[in-house]
Structure formats: structure tokens, C-alpha cells
Design a protein around this ligand. Sequence first.
Ligand code: ARG
Length: 286
Amino acid sequence: MPYTDPIRDSRPADRRGKRTATHRRFLMCPPRHFEVSYSINPWMDPKKPVDGGLAFAQWEQLRDLYRELGHTVETIEPIPGLPDMVFAANGATVVDGRVFGARFRHAERTAEGPAYLSWFVEQGYREVHWPEHINEGEGDYLVVGRRLLAGTGFRTDPRSHAEAQEFFGLPVTGLTLVNPDFYHLDTALAVLSDDEVMYYPDAFSAGSQSVLREMFPNAILAAAEDAAVFGLNALSDGKHVVLPEAATGLIEQLRSRGFEAIGVELAELLKAGGSVKCCTLELRGR
Ligand code: ARG
């Protein structure tokens, strides 16, 4: 079973079917060269064995699930020697067909920035920006309606936030991450709709927690256990929320808000500190 049965719906009849999915286009990178050969976050232990075949099969289940949900999945060719390239979310941030390239903090991943940017150029994207400051794409930039939330603290340079705001012409709100287990914004916060998010408060500085309360007073708050299994590394199409199946508390909370939560198993990729959202770069057109 690749995912939990979405038919078992415990919501009262009047709360079913209120959510609508919108068609999405995603870019994904098959983990053909996936391994954990270095450590740049607390999840990565190069001494721990990784089953490459299993990682690939789990990734394929995620790709197939997106297609079953009616979404379009494009793929980029993985490059040998870049094992983290599977985490396509880090490759860029794309809004209104405009591509804000990624510039990685660690030497082990720097070659991924130009690799992803070249894909966009080859595909005919014309507004492509090579960034001045370090930023790790949708790892730290999340789009909520017509604004962006932007993480900093571990990877993305806070100066990138102004650069992104200028490039997209959309408001960018900076948020500071303080717990190294949640080193990218998309490990601590997930966008559910144009005005709803779920997040793990303890991953953020006190000031950023207060900003989040101000912006999203009705947000779903994740418990430590759900955050620890990467439950916030989730992808929503407005109706279906795909997330790690171990995040049982979040799955319950999502269902009570009328979402169809679909749990998936990506345990091999979690050994590199990534899950559902990390594998998925959304291609937002005009
Ligand atoms: N090993 C990768 C890193 O530490 C994992 C990236 C996860 N991607 C993400 N969007 N959070 O950079």
C-alpha cells in the first residue's frame, strides 16, 4: 500500500467535499544516484546504510500518486555525484513563470544550482534569475496565495529575501529558524491553501512565532512527534495533502479541517533529511 486509504472519511457529511484541488505542475528528480555520503544536516549519517533501490521505489510511489491525483510531473535528469539532487524543491522558486534560481550554502550541493537553472532555460523559461545571495529555493521560500514566506537561520541568507521580493514583486515575510533539525522552512511549515498553513512553533524564533500567529491565527499547529517524522514536509493541492504517513496527529487534524490527508512512506530519503515536499518543486505559471 503506497498510501493510506482516503476513502475512510470520518468527517461529518456536511463537511465533506468542501475543499477543491487545483491542477499543479511539479518538477521532480529521480533518485538514481541517491546516497548519504556527506552530512550537512543532523539527519544525515554517512555510516548508516541506505537502500538505493527502496529509495527509488518510494520516490516512484510519490510521483505516481501525484499523477493519480491529476497533476503533471516533469522530471530532470539526475547528475552522478549530486546525491541530494532528488530534493528538487531546493532547485529554484517559480512564481508567475518567473524563475528565481538557487545558490546553495554547502559546497557539496553548489553544482545543483546551475543544473536546475539550465533545465528552466532549456524548457524555454525566459525570466530566469541567477541569484546574488545564497538561497535554497523552495526549501526556504514557500508561496501562500500572493505572498512568500522566507526562511533563514541555517541555509538561506536573509539578504536573499529582499532580492526575491524585488524579483517577484510580491511581499516576502522573513522567518527565522532556530532548531537545526528543521533547517529549511519546508521542514517546519507547510502551505495548505491560499491562506492556510500548518507549522511547528518551536522551530521558529520567538519573534517569528509571533509573526506567524499574527498572519495565521487559525493555523494547524504540529506536535513535536509529528514534526519529528517530517510531517510538515507536506504538499497540498488545496484538497489533498500528501505527507509522511507517520505523522498521524497531523493527518487527523487535516481531516478535521476537511482536507484529504494522504500518508506516504519515504523513509530512505528521510535519511538525508528530506521527504514529500523536498522532492517536489512546484512550477507556477502565469
Ligand atoms: N540533504 C539535503 C540537505 O541537507 C536535504 C534537503 C531537503 N530539502 C528540503 N527542501 N528541505 O540539503
